[in-house]
Ligand binder design. Structure first.
Ligand SMILES: C[S@@+](CC[C@H](N)C(=O)[O-])C[C@H]1O[C@@H](n2cnc3c(N)ncnc32)[C@H](O)[C@@H]1O
Length: 327
């Protein structure tokens, strides 16, 4: 059975949901349907979706972070009998959805949302180790009951592999220089706090220190939480589970995750892939999904003015239009 979440909510300024109105308009096509918020966080998007549903509409809220679920538990009393909270990661999405609604009619599933990255709460809590603005233990795990904290990952990794991580997940040109500086500090004094990592990066004298720090912290976080592979599995499960008419909404905050989302969806929206010289189609391939909007959506200027997190958000919403074996 999925872990049951029982603690009551603290409320407060946990996280402000990004593009919540756009998500609701694009995702909710049937107010009596079942919706999955795969990144429930503080429950902001979930609450907006639930408000758009009628008394039969249900929401399954998933997060790998126990603290997020303890906040989101307030939804259970706001919408009695209509919210199921589950702790787990994208990789187990299919199994967790089955467990949350055993024997459910798969056609009832109308929409799945992924609001990627970390919540403001995770960043704001110094002891979670996500932020270079505050000193704290270098942890960065979204699920603190699992996996290897960032300090331990850095203690074990080779300089070359660390440079590869910073280049791949941070798209940072100075990756080799930064990895050398981190490993030098690690080998001389040990590296266990966000301040240690910040100093190792600052020692390389970057011309835009905050941008470089953001890239390096993002890269380490993505490695610690295995974010791209988690996203890839989560999207595959979501795509497989959605029946015809079901919608998938994904909000990405940087180009690496948005690229993965875009490439996967573009492949599903493509029809015939026969070479142009073929007189008739031999592949039989038909588009499985369509994009709900002509272009990906960005947050409005007003929203960005009130919430800096929204400035990099890219929202893609797609709808399953058929479920063929050939995809
Ligand atoms: C940007 S926050 C979501 C905020 C939420 N939409 C709200 O309105 O409060 C992203 C959340 O997704 C969770 N998360 C990220 N990757 C995950 C994964 N692979 N599996 C499960 N949860 C994940 C994080 O723990 C975090 O709480």
């Amino acid at each position: 059975m999925p872990e049951t979440i029982t603690t009551t909510s603290g409320g407060g300024d946990f996280h402000r949901p990004v593009m919540a109105a756009e998500v609701v308009v694009g995702l909710v096509t049937d107010p009596s349907g079942v919706y999955v918020d795969a990144t429930v966080g503080g429950g902001g998007h979930s609450r907006a979706i639930l408000r758009a549903l009628d008394s039969r509409g249900t929401l399954i809220g998933l997060d790998r972070d126990g603290e997020a679920l303890r906040e989101a538990v307030a939804l259970e009393s706001e919408f009695p009998g209509r919210v199921i909270l589950v702790r787990g990661a994208f990789r187990d999405l299919s199994r967790l959805m089955d467990q949350a609604m055993p024997g459910r009619d798969s056609r009832a599933l109308r929409g799945i949302l992924f609001d990627l990255g970390v919540s403001s709460h995770q960043i704001d809590m110094a002891d979670r180790g996500f932020s270079y603005h505050q000193d704290g233990p270098l942890d960065m795990r979204m699920d603190r009951s699992n996996g290897v904290p960032a300090a331990e990952m850095i203690a074990r990794v080779s300089e070359a592999d660390l440079a590869g991580i910073i280049r791949k997940y941070g798209e940072e040109r100075g990756a080799r220089r930064i990895a050398r500086s981190i490993c030098r500090l690690r080998d001389r004094h040990g590296l266990s706090t966000t301040e240690d990592l910040r100093m190792a990066v600052a020692d390389t004298g970057p011309s835009h220190p905050n941008k470089t720090l953001a890239r390096v912290f993002q890269a380490v976080r993505m490695q610690v939480n295995d974010e791209l592979s988690q996203l890839d599995s989560g999207l595959n499960s979501a795509i497989e589970s959605l029946p015809t008419g079901g919608r998938l909404a994904v909000i990405s905050y940087h180009s690496i995750e948005d690229r993965l989302v875009k490439v996967k969806l573009t492949a599903l929206m493509r029809g015939c892939v026969c070479p142009p010289r073929m007189p008739v189609c031999g592949c039989g391939r038909k588009p499985q999904f369509r994009s709900v909007h002509r272009k990906a959506l960005r947050a409005s200027r007003e929203e960005v003015a009130g919430n800096r997190r929204a400035r990099s958000a890219v929202l893609r919403i797609s709808e399953r239009i058929r479920s063929d074996a050939i995809i």
